[in-house]
Ligand binder design. Sequence first.
Ligand code: HEM
Length: 517
Amino acid sequence: MAILDSVKAVHSDLLSTIAGVKLAGLAWALIAVFVLWSICAIIFDPLRSVPGPFLLRFTNLPVRLRLLKGTKAHYVHALHAKYGTNQVHSGPIVRVGPREVDVSDPAGAREIHGARSGFLKDPNFYFVAKGMESLRSVFSAIDPAFHAQRRRLLGPCFAEANMVNLEPTVLERARLAVVKMGEDLRVHGNTDVLKWWTLFAMDVISELCFGQSFHMLEVGKKTQYATDIAEMGAMLPLRGAFPWVISMAKYLPPRLFPFFHNVAMSRQRVVAYSKARMREYLQLVEHNPSAVKRTLFAHLVKGGTTGMGLSEEDVTVESQSYITAGTDTTAVTLTYLIYAVSRDEQVRKKLLEELRGLPDDFTDRHVRDLPYLNCVIEETLRVWGATQGAMPRIAPAQGTTLLGYRIPGGTVVSTQNYSIHKDPEAFPNPLVFDPSRWENPTKEAKAALMPFGIGPRNCLGLNLAKMELRLCSAMFFRAFPSAKLSYRAGMTDEEMQPEINFLLMPKGHRCLIEVEE
Ligand code: HEM
């Protein structure tokens, strides 16, 4: 019996020793494979000459996590400062992932975004979900032929010559926004300009798309539609950082993951609402054309139907994309313009002097060529323009050479205005808000300012946005010349620090302003 027991013990010792040896062997084998893979990744890495942190050769996780936190642009900018140049190549290009680089050189940006560059928008970022390609808008389209055709059709809607038709809506909504801010100031002693400019911008674009405003300025808060759009927007950082999570979302149980479920519901409501509004608008055009407000699509819509190759669904999808592209961009830029001017006495004084000469019922004709107002707008767009985050593009399949570096096909190549607009050669003292730099701008400064993007994918709404910026800022400072940041209700300077998830947003998501008695 005792012999049998000791045989069993020896046997089980042997088995556990063998298991231990096997496990250790497996662990060593895995380590060896990992080391081998790492060595191969380094040797055969086609981007190995691009400077950047060693870790980012293997993973872009640190960058993705910062995208979620709203600090990716700051991090990438710091990488440019650290690795941007070396003795072999000059030119700010850094690695931000195994197959991803960022370029902060204005000339490089022009090569990437220029016509016929071969670089296309990154579909992971511009949210074209599989099976939803038919819902492409001019914003999300990847295919250059489709995009060019759409842009040809829609270009006249946003052309300078059409602004005179859109101006009454902008003027009327801007006046109301300023009245509402005044009411807030009287009642509460301060007003949240970010809130009012957001309601303003969304009212304008809804009226220009559907012929009727959401009337959010009257109500003083966002409608369900606007809240739904914001809910969908909240998904963007996650979509940018971990697109696969979004693809998996539909398989997740709604009770355990309510966020995804809520976003899906928001999207359904937005689509249904947009369709209904567009239908109403087209019916009104059909039955009572003289009663219809002039919309962006006026010359595309004839007798209640859309024409020239755009279906009713196309126009609806386009409208949705304009509401997304044209709301926070304008509202945030206006908010920072007011913030920047309010805290600089010299700038304020000079701007007020110029605005003093305007008639009470001024229109865009009176403000469009005001030199200092335009300098203030340019400088706001440089330092605080809403689009400061990465605009990712995919390198052409055959690869290309950029700033002296070989870039293989399929590499994600981004530019971010947060860095380009701080180019010290183009903008001496780049961190200083100084509108006077635009009084006689250098060639380099002009070339490095790209708040509306450049090339064929630049901002379609540029003329509308600029008109909004001119009219709103002139109206605001004429109404509230002594405006300054309000520290009531716990507001701090820290809240105005920018958070960047593609768009820039003040950290506190508000900007309280008060006026001096
Ligand atoms: C201050 C306000 C605005 C700024 C700074 C701005 C900036 C930009 C930028 C940088 C892009 C290029 C994005 C990229 O390539 O990733 C863009 C595209 C676009 N923007 Fe704006 N935008 C503003 C206002 C507007 C407005 C009011 C609209 C109007 C409806 C609009 C509609 C669009 C559209 C449709 C595109 C896509 C164009 C295309 O791909 O062909 N934007 N914008």
